[in-house]
Ligand binder design. Structure first.
Ligand SMILES: Nc1ncnc2c1ncn2[C@@H]1O[C@H](COP(=O)(O)OP(=O)(O)OP(=O)(O)O)[C@@H](O)[C@H]1O
Ligand SMILES: [Mg+2]
Length: 259
């Protein structure tokens, strides 16, 4: 009888590897016996599963595209706001007003840069914090027209992946602290250095330091009791990320944030 007829009649097919014996004969090592119908059913099931997975994957890819698009649009909108502020600032000759508008522009820029990083990130849920902080610092130096021979940037940061909930407050904190060092630490063309450090400490926590060797934080005010917006913003944002901030005044100004 033909094999297919035997199978249709319910006979089983031997499946398994062929093994050579020492006497030269070959035997089929019986591992599992299945009817052809059973095999076809299994094949059907696995094809169906592949098709389901393909559909799910297409959905995920669609989500990913949408999420990237959202970051892209958020970044574009922020850039438009920033450009509007730049145009407005050109309408005044008042230095103080121009400074205020530039500081606002940089606060917006620090957030738009985060959306830019997320839209290009391989992992849509996280960005590399060190790279982001470095790019932001370079932008701030540039925006304040700093001569890199007068104020040097010294950064030593380890790669840390961070999610969007923490990236935005951290970005704004970095923006305020570096801006303060650039604006207040080195008056009248004083030479100096700004150091930024980032590294993991224990229990999944990180330490971030911004230090300058400038004139020093005013003796009569602490980091937490400032009336001005900048330091109030920093304290609020540190709370938001469940962090802790310390001010050290030796040899300049140092802010150490753990989060
Ligand atoms: N790195 C620093 N070196 C020296 N002085 C500093 C430094 N950082 C802050 N200060 C002082 O602390 C004050 C408060 O800083 P804060 O950021 O709150 O306000 P601001 O920079 O004057 O204005 P803004 O609200 O726009 O940030 C500053 O005006 C400045 O005198
Ligand atoms: Mg400030």
């Amino acid at each position: 009888m033909k094999l297919s007829l035997l199978e249709e009649a319910g006979a089983t097919i031997l499946t398994g590897k062929t093994r050579k014996m020492t006497n030269g004969h070959s035997v089929i090592e019986k591992t599992k016996s299945k009817t052809k119908t059973q095999l076809i059913n299994e094949l059907k099931k696995s094809l169906q599963r592949i098709s389901e997975l393909e559909k799910a994957l297409a959905k995920c890819e669609q989500h990913e595209i949408l999420l990237r698009e959202i970051h892209h649009r958020a970044r574009n909108n922020m850039q438009i706001i920033s450009s509007l502020l730049r145009i407005q600032s050109k309408k005044t000759k008042e230095k103080e007003l121009q400074d205020i508008l530039r500081i606002c522009q940089n606060r917006i820029r620090s957030m738009s840069l985060i959306h830019e990083k997320f839209s290009c990130s391989k992992d849509l849920a996280k960005i590399e914090l060190a790279q982001y902080i470095h790019d932001l610092a370079i932008h701030l130096f540039h925006s304040h027209g700093v001569d890199p021979d007068i104020i040097k940037l010294n950064s030593g940061m380890e790669d840390i992946q961070i999610d969007i909930n923490r990236a935005i407050p951290i970005g704004l904190i970095v923006n305020e602290l570096i801006t303060n060092s650039l604006r207040h630490a080195f008056p009248d063309g004083k030479k100096g250095e700004i150091q930024i450090k980032l590294h993991p400490i224990n229990q999944g926590k990180f330490e971030f330091v911004v230090k300058d060797n400038g004139v020093g934080f005013p003796k009569d005010s602490g980091s937490c009791d400032s009336d001005s917006l900048g330091m109030q913003l920093v304290n609020c944002l540190v709370e938001q990320i469940d962090g802790n901030i310390e001010l050290h005044r030796e040899g300049g100004t140092q802010f150490k944030i753990t989060f």
